[in-house]
Design a protein around this ligand. Structure first.
Ligand SMILES: Cc1cc2nc3c(=O)[nH]c(=O)nc-3n(C[C@H](O)[C@H](O)[C@H](O)COP(=O)(O)O)c2cc1C
Length: 377
């Protein structure tokens, strides 16, 4: 292996082992294709839902709109609290695993970062985070945590001028994004592969390399890029983008390449910054990929390279980089311009985004960007 050492492979394998959640038994139950999305403090994680009466009812409820609940830590294994409505139970004695999403007593939701045995109904599982990442995402130990449950995987309306777009396999980039968003105000979208069973590190990182070779052979064909989960976010609403990507075989990780192949052109003329995480390899190849996939970007200075040796120092590296690219001046100017732009689309729309001449007599519609429910008089 030319670019990185055997030591790196061993370390990487150890990281991957620590990501295993140990709840294979639970995941053997039938699941829904519809995901639940949990958002805490601007960070969203998908939840794979089991297919049962409780989750079908939950999905029904959320179709009428997002639900925000206030949860509290308890017993050093969960955050939990009232949903505000009841769901059908199919309780059984369960020993929870970190990441489990549980219905307790029919009307309470528990998001687990540890283990507890009780009579519960399973709702789903947060797949992407290991135990320590769950503790940080779920704010373990804290009280009054505002948690939004939604059927949509990404912010649908911009709450900032900056959008951070990232992919992360072993969560180094996830940690970088958490540090970045503690320093700047930004919306965040994480890109996920459609096929979550792939082990990109297997056989000496062979799958990662195969994906990249397919792109290299035919970079202009959509068929060359691995499938990703759909992302429902409009880039029109943003003026500045920060791309955070792992380096794979000295190139941009293939999963993020798919998103940028599909949407990079929409960033033409806008400010774009790049942060690359690698074990040790230099990032010129990733910069070249970004330039190919985002033609016409207004690049904000040099890309920031964070490697394994300085990952723990990322807060300072990011702070210095934001100063170097003059980020605060860029975002201040954009704030001023945006004061003149109506934040919400005017008019009446159905949930498919079709404009209507008048409000419907029943059902949900959007008027001037605000969700409304019509009931027959
Ligand atoms: C398929 C694959 C190929 C990789 N190739 C390289 C490489 O050529 N050089 C390197 O320094 N790191 C390489 N890495 C390591 C990642 O760049 C590094 O661990 C990064 O921090 C991962 O970010 P993530 O945890 O957000 O996925 C590779 C990782 C994978 C999965």
């Amino acid at each position: 292996m030319k670019a990185f050492s055997k030591v790196f492979i061993l370390m990487f394998a150890m990281i991957m082992c620590s990501c295993s959640d140990g709840s294979n038994e639970a995941m053997a139950q039938a699941t829904m294709s519809q995901k639940l999305y949990v958002t805490i403090d601007g960070v969203t994680q998908p939840v794979t839902l089991y297919d049962n009466a409780a989750t079908r009812e939950l999905v029904n409820k959320l179709q009428a709109g997002d639900v925000t609940v206030t949860l509290n830590s308890s017993g050093d294994f969960e955050i939990w609290g009232a949903l505000g409505f009841s769901l059908p139970t199919s309780n059984e004695q369960i020993t929870t695993q970190p990441g489990d999403v549980i219905l307790y007593n029919g009307s309470n939701i528990c998001l687990m970062y540890g283990s507890n045995s009780w009579s519960y109904t399973r709702l789903g599982h947060i797949d992407a985070l290991n135990e320590s990442e769950l503790r940080s995402f779920l704010k373990a130990g804290q009280s009054n945590i505002s948690v939004t449950l939604s059927l949509q995987g990404a912010t649908t309306h911009a709450t900032s001028n900056t959008l951070v777009i990232y992919y992360s396999y072993t969560n180094k980039c996830h940690q970088i994004v958490e540090t970045l968003t503690s320093q700047i105000d930004a919306d965040v979208v994480r890109i996920y592969p459609a096929d979550k069973s792939q082990q990109y590190e297997a056989n000496g990182y062979a799958i990662g390399m195969q994906l990249l070779n397919a792109i290299k052979a035919n970079p202009n064909s959509a068929d060359s890029y691995p499938e990703i989960d759909p992302v429902s976010i409009s880039l029109d609403e943003y003026d500045t983008f920060i791309i955070v990507t792992p380096l794979w075989w000295s190139q941009m990780a293939a999963i993020l390449q798919t998103y940028l192949f599909n949407h990079g052109a929409e960033m033409a003329g806008k400010n774009v910054g790049l942060i690359v995480s690698s074990h040790s390899s230099g990032i010129d190849g990733v910069v070249a990929d970004a330039e190919r996939l985002i033609p016409g970007a207004n690049w904000m200075g040099e890309a920031l390279w964070i490697n394994n040796a300085n990952h723990s120092n990322r807060a300072t590296l990011i702070e210095n980089w934001l100063t170097d690219i003059n980020y605060s001046a860029i975002s201040t100017i954009i704030d001023d311009i945006n004061n003149d732009v109506p934040a919400r689309p005017q008019g009446i729309y159905n949930l498919n985004g079709q404009r209507l001449n008048e409000a419907p007599q029943s059902g949900i519609y959007i008027e001037n960007g605000i969700k409304k429910i019509a009931t027959k008089r």
